[in-house]
Design a binder for this molecule. Sequence first.
Ligand SMILES: Cc1cc2nc3c(=O)[nH]c(=O)nc-3n(C[C@H](O)[C@H](O)[C@H](O)COP(=O)(O)OP(=O)(O)OC[C@H]3O[C@@H](n4cnc5c(N)ncnc54)[C@H](O)[C@@H]3O)c2cc1C
Length: 393
Amino acid sequence: MPIGYWESEHLLAPADLTIIGSGIVGMSTALQYKKLRPKDKVRILERDIIGEGGTTRNAGFACFGGPGEWLDDLEQLGQDRWLRLVEMRIRGLRTLLEMLGQEQIGLEWKGGWELFGRELKGQERARDVMRALADLNRLVAPLLDVGLGDVHPLGADRPALAEDVHRAGILNAHLAIHLPWEGMLHTGRLVSAFHAALDSQGIQRLHGCSVDTLSRLDQGVDSWSISTPRGVFRSEKVAVCTNGFARQLVPELKVETAPNRVLVLTPASGAPPEGCYHAEDGYLYFRTLDRGRVLFGGGRHYGIPWPAPGSPLEEAAAVAAWDDRLVQSAEQWLGSTAIVTHRWTGWLGVGQDREPLIGHTAPGLHHAVRMGGMGIAVGAGIGKELARRIDSE
Ligand SMILES: Cc1cc2nc3c(=O)[nH]c(=O)nc-3n(C[C@H](O)[C@H](O)[C@H](O)COP(=O)(O)OP(=O)(O)OC[C@H]3O[C@@H](n4cnc5c(N)ncnc54)[C@H](O)[C@@H]3O)c2cc1C
């Protein structure tokens, strides 16, 4: 349908900044940019009716990693880059709280656990983690204290990982390490709180509007042309915040799309104690919900091949195989499962390491993508940084 007079003159008139993707990064960028430039016209274009990536489909862990994953990252990134990554997550959570409020996003500081299995690999990992526990506490606790010490019930100067480790007897684990600073939030309320904040700041959100291509027309104002099935939009600056889907618009970005399956189930023998749980190096995660239900997800390490888009039969087979494995894993950790009530796929943006990509590829064309598995932790802080960079371009 072509764009009409009222639309082109007013409703869809050129914007100062157009953000593509209404995940946590896109929405945070919009709010933070509007703070810096209150008079600018900011628009978000989102292809789904709510959102198709991770932000509306995640597990709701307010987390910054656990000892098993930290040891991997330390090895891959070295101490300085690893600590910056952990700090980025903690500061990101802080920014999220400042932007939207703890109650509005349903955040509760219930704590979490990292579980190590009884098989040989789990036992070896547990041994490595126990050896590193004191060092990890020494390095991470000050970051938590500075970032969250005044808003977290634990208060200042407490270790990142509890020293009273449970050696056995919790959820079929060989070892369980308590993560006392971890929290869980309500993903649905988080997204609603963002929508309310965007609306109150006069930021336009257009859902069901997929961007097909971006092109730069000239050097003047409104120089970016944004093609959608609904017509062509103009904008002075553009921010690509489409995470795992980013290469559709900016092919040179090094980010891959990775599916993750999630189930909501009711364990026959009851839910575990309230909180968040990580297992198998973070590839499996689960948390308590209401009415004895548990959200159980992950499984990228199963290595189940996912077909290219547009192959519904192959996709149905991959989904069935993946869900079977998840139910088996859930039974391994939680005992037999009475009923599965919800199943869905969420999309991650991943790369060779866990560091997000933030930058620009042409004048006025910015991006912040590749949030990995902890984009709810880092997303708001990344949005703040992206807004700062766009403002200072
Ligand atoms: C199953 C699952 C569980 C997770 N659990 C947690 C957790 O507990 N804690 C945590 O910290 N993180 C978690 N994550 C990670 C986190 O959800 C993501 O890293 C984060 O939401 C990414 O936010 P984003 O804004 O970068 O991208 P997304 O939320 O992926 O948003 C990108 C948006 O861009 C839109 N889009 C894409 N292409 C176009 C286009 N061409 N035109 C218009 N719009 C487009 C998409 O529809 C999408 O809505 C989880 C992720 C998944 C998938």
